[in-house]
Design a protein around this ligand. Structure first.
Ligand code: SAM
Ligand code: SF4
Length: 361
């Protein structure tokens, strides 16, 4: 086995080397984090880019066993922001110079939903002089739908694979939620020309460090442009809650998430990596810690405050009692604490995407 101080200077890793890195402790852990921080600064710089996140509806047709807003959770009060509220949120992003926004919701694929998103995308583009970047995170859709939304103005799409392991995927979802269909969606998004993001949850029931090493290899093989990975956090009204006593503890999940981010930054040097909200749910400074060691994207929640409690994917989701205006001042201070600058008013595309596209021409 190689020494960790040699390993961190490699660009590609075998599965067992990744497992070794995921298990580092003490001084070796610090070595890993210093190396990923150094690579981040060299490849993507000090700037952190904002994507204002609007969780515009918690209506979902799916039943993922881990998710608090799954269709079968009757305890959730369902909401759907109206067009004006969504356009207002877009305006807020634009006026606060965020550069980009993310529209996220439960998965719905009815013709009315597809039409509505297309209409909203065009309206947002018009309202913001074509300047606001738009990321979608609306789950699995047909290639035709992805194409329509792309043409209407969306240019990034986030679709987490959740785990790259087929058999683990089956344990986390009902039988009609198909791993291969999700993978095919990712490929369609790439084919259409979206900046494509994926990611996994860390610390799921039945998940091992070996699975996580494969997840890292999966993201590299898929040549993805952006990643959002976060700790799995249990929710009492979901089927997976029964396994809560067999999980890694929250500190371990947090630590593994930081390591996944650091290792991926070493493997895929110029991609965009998000510091996800679930990190903040475990440690109030979680996102800042992720930024220091490799992440360069932050997604401030700009969903109107009164809806936030109803988008509870997991327990203790942070900032549920705030309004968008409260987030603004808080963020500047947080980014400064992470020794970084905010890339105001910029789309913040990943250099990886830009190079991939130049290579195609
Ligand atoms: N419905 C779309 C989808 O599933 O792709 C987008 C919204 S969904 C709520 C966004 C992400 O939330 C999922 O990809 C999943 O990784 C994450 N998520 C759901 N339940 C979670 C939990 N209990 N802990 C951490 N993340 C969770
Ligand atoms: Fe629906 Fe997404 Fe939650 Fe699955 S993870 S239940 S698709 S909102």
């Amino acid at each position: 086995m190689s020494e960790v101080h040699q390993l961190i200077h490699q660009k590609t890793f075998g599965h067992s080397e990744l497992v070794q890195l995921l298990k580092v402790k003490g001084e070796e852990r610090q070595l890993l984090f210093s190396r990923s921080a150094e690579i981040k600064l060299k490849e993507v710089g000090r700037q952190v880019y904002f994507r204002g996140l609007v969780e515009f509806s918690n209506v979902c047709s799916k039943d993922c066993y881990y998710c608090g807003i799954r269709k079968s959770n009757g305890a959730v009060s369902r909401y759907n922001l109206n067009d004006e509220e969504i356009l207002h949120a877009a305006k807020l992003c634009y006026e606060n110079n965020f550069g980009s926004m993310v529209l996220q919701s439960g998965e719905v694929s009815s013709p009315a939903f597809v039409d509505r998103i297309e209409r909203l995308l065009k309206a947002i583009k018009l309202q913001t002089n074509n300047e606001l970047g738009i990321t979608l995170s609306l789950g699995e859709q047909s290639e035709e739908t992805y194409q329509r939304w792309f043409e209407a103005g969306a240019h990034r799409y986030l679709l987490r694979i959740e785990t790259s392991d087929h058999s683990l995927y089956r344990k986390l979802h009902p039988a009609d939620h198909d791993f291969d269909a999700r993978l095919a969606c990712l490929k369609s998004l790439q084919k259409i020309g979206y900046q494509t993001g994926t990611g996994v949850m860390i610390g799921l029931p039945f998940q091992t460090v070996e699975h996580l090493a494969n997840d890292l290899l999966f993201m590299q093989q898929m040549n993805i442009d952006m990643v959002g990975m976060g700790p799995y956090i249990e929710h009492a009204e979901t089927p997976l809650y029964q396994y809560r006593d067999s999980l890694w503890n929250l500190d371990e999940r947090f630590d593994l998430t930081l390591k996944m981010i650091a290792i991926l930054r070493i493997m895929m040097r110029n991609i965009n990596i998000a510091a996800t909200t679930a990190l903040q749910a475990i440690d109030p400074m979680g996102r800042e810690k992720a930024i220091r060691i490799g992440a360069n994207i932050i997604m401030p929640n700009i969903t109107p405050g009164r809806y936030r409690n109803d988008y509870a994917l997991y327990q203790n989701k942070p900032c549920v009692d705030e309004d968008p205006e409260d987030c603004m001042g808080c963020l500047d201070a947080r980014i400064a604490l992470a020794d970084s600058d905010i890339g105001y008013g910029q789309w913040g595309d990943s250099p990886h995407f830009k190079r991939r596209n130049t290579a195609k021409q």
